[in-house]
Ligand binder design. Sequence first.
Ligand SMILES: Nc1ncnc2c1ncn2[C@@H]1O[C@H](COP(=O)(O)OP(=O)(O)O)[C@@H](O)[C@H]1O
Ligand SMILES: [Mg+2]
Length: 359
Amino acid sequence: MNALGPDATVGILGGGQLGRMLALAAARLGFKCHVLCPDPRSPAFDVVRRVTEADYADIAALDRFVADVDVVTYEFENVPAETAMFLSARKPVLPDPKVLAITQDRLVEKEFVNGLGIATAKFAPVDSADGLTAALAAIGQPAVLKTRRFGYDGKGQMILRDGADPAAFEHLGGQPQILEAFVPFEREISVVAARGSDGAIECFDVTENEHQDHILKTSHVPAAVTPAVAVQARRIAETIAEAFGYVGVLAVEMFVVRDGGGHAVLVNEIAPRVHNSGHWTIDGASVSQFEQHIRAVAGLPLAKPIRRGRIEMINLLGAEVEDYRGWLTKPDTAVHLYGKTGIRPGRKMGHVTRVFPEP
Ligand SMILES: Nc1ncnc2c1ncn2[C@@H]1O[C@H](COP(=O)(O)OP(=O)(O)O)[C@@H](O)[C@H]1O
Ligand SMILES: [Mg+2]
């Protein structure tokens, strides 16, 4: 692919805060953005030149959208396969939609990861209440039952402890599910990696993530892991990016577990997009995950990221955003508000990044 010229338009599917931060990074590189999203109150709509407020299956709208852009990318992984196919017949869609087919389904994703020789929690498919009983016998307890598709922020999953009720299958809607062994992790980490159209890969430093009610609350960088774990985590992200022939930014969420005298790293899930655990890169690194993604899909060279210090990124969830004035007065703190109207518990309203000098 040829690099986009200075006046090119990047099409973004999805208008949440990730789309908004992608568009801001694109603007810095001189690109225009056109965002397609069904929600009229999309945070990304506020910062771009053109918007299409339409459903992802609205062919007439997709047709107008794709005619206006030079490349299409996305900020979320649940873009319908037919939408991606329609668009990719007309303009480059990056990363390649075949990645979506794998990452939209937790079972297919885990099989793909294991196929690369990378470990995950033990898992089994569950297609019925009887199937759940069989899977529980095979996997043991505690275990985590998840819908194969459309889960996020812990939605569509439940922990099953001793004496688990096979009715859990119905509680999750009776749709295809996966049962995973509960991982007694020491910590959760992620690697945000960018792969350019030339095949070059740049990883950001390994990030440690703390969740609150299954929603990311805080990220710390560098993660408190051994050098061996950090090397292994990066290698896992690179192997996955390479296997996909990926162009853009992806994030790999991982569990670190004690293993004999050392540690093992298990992949939890892959996000084929910029990721909340990479927000710190806007203020805490020489190049952000958003700029790396735009560089990659625009056919431009990636930058080598240099971290600026010890980092703490805190999500402002729900009513926590009301404290933003307090954050504004703190030194070394960057405040990001997503412009969302309507506070709901757990809703990602903004984040702050604190950068401290490293000893
Ligand atoms: N098998 C597991 N063992 C232990 N904790 C888990 C497991 N699966 C998920 N979790 C916890 O729930 C969080 C959300 O689950 P995840 O599979 O990442 O789904 P989501 O798409 O909602 O992010 C994880 O970050 C982790 O804290
Ligand atoms: Mg997750």
